[in-house]
Design a protein. Structure first.
Ligand code: HEM
Length: 402
């Protein structure tokens, strides 16, 4: 095939990354699995191969320290200290206590009980959009959307509602952590935002006396044989990153998809019962998580390519979701598609703890957007939050509503 390494390099290292979907189409051509020597990683781009790897129990997550060492920019030690507290970068047995600390906050019954709160916050955010967008003025939809998942996280954790704005601001730089290769300047910005976020949580932990947040701190301080306040702050930073950036990505990508497809937006407005299917289609068509990584636990052959034990394997969900062998006419955005099962929330013991919450929030927001703003359309070119390969989330989404 054409220069696969050059194509991958354009996704990973370009200052202005290209539209990834035509690049993925080229990468899915034979053999569909590509070794990218600069990072010694194998990228798996076809749906059948990604789905088979989802069933492979020999894969392990890349733990934080290993991953930090592999990075060209290298994460500073204080960030590695936080990452050690995130289940997503821990293999069993260390993984399960960290996961069990977070999971009870996001059970199906908790999520169902949160729905009325999310609906209220969504209407509040969209009232603001209506106010600013009156008379056809262009409005950036991202800050409007960001309020919903952040207010929800703050509510779930029991943090002060007045801190929502500060936390949204802190997260905008911390999302650099998802970047595969960081420049020195980016690394400095990442370290600074991490420091501010941890300092914020340490202050809150020190001040916690009674209430939901104090209960959470007491509970998490006992996890895995005991955690220091610094370690609890690290756990909180990871949960916020996992739960906010990705959810904001889903909301922004979904709003953009509706603005680009007025026929689909009209359909959703008339048939709100399609909201859950619309969310699945957004996850498929423009997944907020484009790539998930593992280490090969054994030497394996994928689509005829031998992947040696210990190698990094990148499951390129953004590509798998556009594979015509799995989804006919894959580039078409169609909320009535049936049988859509996005890979976006990962797999195995690491399958996303917040997937039901993220789905519910997105169903509420996308249905309300379609109902309240039938003339929603783009008013400029959306920009990405960070030039990331892993996470696809918008920084700005200029729209008109009237
Ligand atoms: C659209 C939104 C979201 C997407 C696409 C997403 C995606 C993912 C993915 C891909 C993983 C890693 C799975 C793996 O390695 O196989 C993950 C793990 C995780 N997610 Fe999410 N996530 C989202 C929202 C949330 C929310 C709202 C929360 C919590 C509030 C959350 C909490 C977590 C946690 C704690 C983990 C680590 C689980 C573990 O390692 O056991 N996520 N998520």
């Amino acid at each position: 095939m054409a220069d696969a390494v050059g194509l991958i390099r354009s996704l990973l290292l370009a200052r202005t990354p290209p539209d990834p979907y035509p690049v993925y189409e080229a990468l899915r051509a034979d053999p569909g699995v590509h070794h990218f020597a600069p990072l010694d990683a194998y990228l798996v781009t076809r749906h059948a191969d990604c789905a088979a790897l989802h069933r492979d129990r020999s894969l392990r997550v890349i733990n934080g320290v290993q991953q930090g060492r592999r990075r060209v920019g290298q994460w500073p030690p204080e960030i590695l200290a936080s990452i050690e507290q995130w289940p997503v970068y821990r293999n069993p047995p260390g993984h399960s206590a960290l996961r069990q600390a977070a999971a009870p906050y996001f059970t199906p019954s908790r999520v169902a009980a949160l729905r009325a709160f999310v609906e209220r916050e969504c209407e509040r955010a969209l009232d603001e959009l209506a106010r600013h967008g009156r008379d056809g003025t262009a409005v950036d939809l991202v800050p409007v959307l960001a309020a919903v998942p952040m207010r929800t996280m703050v509510h779930v954790l029991g943090l002060p509602a007045a801190d929502v704005g500060t936390l949204v601001e802190l997260m905008s730089e911390f999302s650099l952590l998802f970047e595969v290769v960081l420049s020195q300047a980016q690394n400095r910005r990442l370290a600074a935002s991490h420091g501010r976020l941890v300092a914020y949580y340490l202050d809150r932990i020190a001040a916690a006396r009674t209430g939901r947040f104090a209960d959470l701190v007491a509970h998490w301080s006992d996890v895995g044989g005991g955690k220091s306040p610094r370690q609890v702050a690290g756990m909180l930073a990871g949960l916020m990153l996992a739960g906010f950036e990705t959810s904001l990505g889903l909301l922004g990508n979904g709003a953009r998809a509706l603005a680009l497809h007025p026929d689909q937006a009209r359909l959703l407005a008339h048939r709100p019962e399609l909201a859950e299917a619309a969310v699945e289609e957004v996850l498929r068509w423009d997944s907020p998580v484009q790539v998930n990584t593992r280490l090969a636990g054994r030497t394996m052959a994928v689509a005829g390519t031998v992947i040696p034990e210990g190698a990094v394997v990148g499951l390129v969900y953004g590509s798998a979701h556009r594979d015509p062998d799995r989804y006919p006419d894959p580039d078409r955005f169609d909320i009535t598609r049936t049988g859509v099962r996005p890979l976006s929330f990962g797999f195995g013991v690491h399958h996303c703890v917040g997937s039901q919450l993220a789905r519910m929030e997105a169903a509420v927001v996308l249905a309300a957007l379609a109902r309240r703003f039938p003339r929603l359309r783009l008013a400029g070119t959306p920009t990405l939050r960070q030039p990331c390969f892993t996470i696809r989330a918008l920084q700005a989404l200029p729209v008109r509503t009237a």
